[in-house]
Design a protein around this ligand. Structure first.
Ligand code: ZN
Length: 132
């Protein structure tokens, strides 16, 4: 009799644990969390694009959330529009201008380009207009 009631107690504890476990699994299931994460990923999109402007080739990323623009990033360092190699900044500046313009060089083509410090911002605006 003693062993039977002891067995009954143990089995009811085990059943209880299984029920609690099932409850915890349903509420805090990692599978569910994963699913909602992937829905988040569908809502969020990140696209990379390129834009050519005055001989320079800029790379940018547009982060979207639920179809509208969340963030635009323009890479500070443009590439040569002809050969696509990254331009290198030289020590030369264009003086006598109100804005800050530096000279950048394509080491592949030997071409020089004006680089207006304000250009990445202007390109950002252009991209924003195109996407809206
Ligand atoms: Zn080049």
């Amino acid at each position: 009799m003693m062993t039977l009631s002891l067995l009954a107690t143990i089995s009811s504890i085990i059943v209880g644990l299984i029920l609690i476990g099932g409850f915890l699994r349903s509420k805090y299931s990692p599978v569910k969390r994963f699913t909602s994460n992937s829905i988040e990923n569908i809502k969020k999109a990140e696209n990379e694009g390129n834009i050519e402007r005055e001989g320079k080739y800029w790379t940018y990323t547009v982060k979207e959330y639920e179809g509208s623009i969340d963030e635009i990033n323009v890479r500070e360092k443009p590439s040569c529009a002809d050969c696509k190699s990254p331009l290198e900044r030289t020590r030369d500046n264009l003086v006598g201008l109100n804005k800050r313009v530096t000279i950048w060089e394509c080491r592949e083509c030997g071409e020089y380009y004006d680089y207006d410090e304000d250009e990445p911002r202007k390109i950002k605006e252009t991209i924003r207009k195109e996407h809206s």
